[in-house]
Write a protein that binds this ligand. Structure first.
Ligand SMILES: [Zn+2]
Length: 309
């Protein structure tokens, strides 16, 4: 009996129109805290938002807790990073939610990667061979301010479609966010300008958009391939390359062990710098703008020590 009534309730939810009534706040779920932060910028107090992955977790490997299934069952909108970032954990949550709206292609499913700049798109056959977790291009694209702007535009348009009564409100919030982002971009560019062309290493390939945008040159990675742990041969090659190119700074995401990166840094007379790849990845990275503020100030002060600029 109980199972039948649950099934009926689910069926009714699925049948509900895509447009949320003016009095009800759209219930938005996002896969990451970065998307939740941008959705909050646009949706303000007229939506409710919750992220599945925490900013201090590796977004490729998130525990698919059953509690998220119920949350997805109730969601009006699911916003994902896409490009296979969530491939290892999101599909079973979506399937088990039995919510037609949030299935890929549904009216309440938004892939934030649709209109952004994607780097490292593989040429030739697409494969996940040898554990490569970036088979469809680099999915860490939110770490570039203009991509953040494009994500916010997509969210504005989708929310306006779901809650047309609030279209003007979302447009106003977008315009305010766009202005604050634009002002911050000028400040960040000025802070990073002295370090243009500096050669750095990162643990995972989380930072191509970020480093390209701020003019830094990534010459190697602690991981031999995205998602593949360091190996002794690769580590020795990386040490040689860092010495050859006089590269001193290794950027590490907060969810990786520091041991290998630290031993490499010692060998090259450099340092390890833990940056936040997501909102919530450091205490001070409280929202999308603060994420950049935090990373840029920390990176600039470290590069200052090593370049004397
Ligand atoms: Zn990755």
């Amino acid at each position: 009996m109980k199972l039948t009534s649950v099934a009926c309730a689910l069926g009714m939810m699925v049948a509900v129109s895509a447009v949320v009534s003016a009095q009800v706040k759209p219930n938005v779920m996002t896969t990451t805290e970065d998307l939740a932060s941008i959705a909050r910028e646009i949706g303000g107090d007229r939506i409710s938002v919750e992220a599945i992955a925490k900013g201090y977790q590796d977004p490729h490997f998130v525990e698919a807790k059953p509690s998220f299934i119920l949350k997805l069952t109730r969601a009006d909108l699911l916003i994902v990073i896409g490009r296979d970032l969530e491939l290892g954990w999101l599909p079973p949550l979506i399937n088990n939610s039995r919510n037609a709206r949030v299935q890929p292609g549904g009216s309440g499913y938004l892939d934030a990667s649709a209109n952004v700049k994607i780097l490292e798109i593989p040429t030739g056959q697409i494969t996940r061979a040898m554990g490569d977790v970036h088979p469809s291009g680099n999915p860490h694209y939110w770490l570039e301010p203009d991509n953040g702007r494009r994500i916010s535009q997509a969210i504005r348009d989708k929310l306006s479609e779901l809650a047309p009564a609030n279209k003007g409100y979302f447009a106003q919030r977008y315009s305010d966010f766009d202005q604050r982002l634009g002002e911050a971009e000028k400040r960040w560019a000025a802070t990073m300008a002295p370090y243009a062309g500096t050669k750095v290493v990162t643990y995972h390939r989380s930072w191509p958009n970020f480093m390209e945008h701020f003019g830094l040159d990534v010459i190697g990675y602690v991981e031999p391939k995205p998602g593949v742990p360091p190996s002794p041969t690769h580590t020795l090659d990386l040490i040689a390359e860092m010495k050859r190119q006089n590269s001193k700074v290794i950027v590490v995401e907060p969810y990786f062990a520091l041991k290998t990166a630290q031993s490499i840094a010692t060998r090259v007379g450099g340092t390890v710098l833990v940056l936040a790849p997501s909102v919530g990845g450091a205490k001070a990275a409280t929202d999308y703008l603060q994420l950049f503020e935090y990373n840029i100030n920390l990176l600039a002060s470290t590069l200052k020590q090593f370049t004397g600029k």
